[in-house]
Design a binder for this molecule. Structure first.
Ligand code: F6R
Length: 241
């Protein structure tokens, strides 16, 4: 596991973008696994800037996102599809036919999960998966559980995740209670993983996840078993390591 500590959020974003940019440069048709939330916004800003400067080409890139809220249409401003369009897809020359996000409106949820898993396999697997981390150690929407869920599945969001995500909605009641997420197995099959974290409020969970016991009660702790993980965090997030 490689750990890069940066001074602040900007430094984290620049370092993470540099790692993603090198992946895109070395393998222009890479399959990138992408995340939403507030942590990667700066990383996407940096990638958009590199594209604008003519330093990056996304024309052959394929993407798969970690997760999507159940019941939100892609046009809904709170959907992860909308987020990805706004923060990355509309700002670079990515082909929208090559981006994949679970369909929050799928009539048959189980079928959607199976299809999503199949899509990732058909793409040849994920070359580089970007992850953020929840306050409870969730990655994607894999919440603390008794077992590691392997494949893409539908989850009921925990109280702490609803609490953390309500900042993006008009009220807590509007936060969807269910989401589709890649499973821990799906994430662990990625060839490389890049976990980013910023801020003091992530320090305790980063310590637990990276130095504590490997347990489904702290889903991110499973990353200790992955052969190619890079952590990029700012001083505050890595202060307890
Ligand atoms: C989002 C996702 C989540 C977030 C996590 C941290 O696609 O998979 O696991 O990475 O909730 O969110 P922020 O970055 O908002 O602290």
């Amino acid at each position: 596991m490689k750990i890069y500590k940066t001074k602040d959020y900007r430094g984290m974003s620049r370092k993470a973008a540099a790692i993603i940019a090198s992946q895109v440069t070395l393998k222009p048709d890479s399959v990138l696994g992408l995340a939403t939330g507030s942590t990667p916004i700066g990383t996407y800003d940096e990638l958009a800037m590199l594209y604008k400067q003519g330093d990056l080409d996304f024309s052959e890139i394929r993407t798969v996102n970690l997760d999507e809220y159940k019941g939100l249409e892609p046009e809904n401003e709170q959907s992860y599809f909308y987020f990805m369009k706004k923060h990355l897809f509309e700002r670079v020359n990515i082909n929208l036919d090559s981006v994949h996000i679970p369909d929050g409106m799928a009539a048959d949820g189980e079928r959607e999960c199976a299809c999503y898993e199949q899509t990732i396999q058909d793409l040849g697997g994920i070359d580089l998966q970007l992850l953020g981390i929840g306050h409870n150690g969730h990655i994607g929407f894999n919440e603390p559980e008794k077992v590691f869920e392997r494949e893409t599945h539908c989850v009921e969001l925990s109280g702490s995740t609803i609490e953390a995500n309500k900042r993006f909605f008009a009220s807590e009641e509007e936060v969807p209670r269910y989401a589709y997420t890649m499973g821990i197995g799906t994430i662990m099959r990625a060839k490389k993983i890049l976990l980013i974290a910023s801020g003091e409020e992530k320090a305790a969970i980063m310590k637990q996840a990276l130095r504590g016991p490997i347990t489904p009660e702290v889903p991110a702790s499973v990353l200790q078993l992955h052969p190619d993980v890079t952590i990029v965090g700012d001083e505050a997030a890595l202060s307890l390591l």
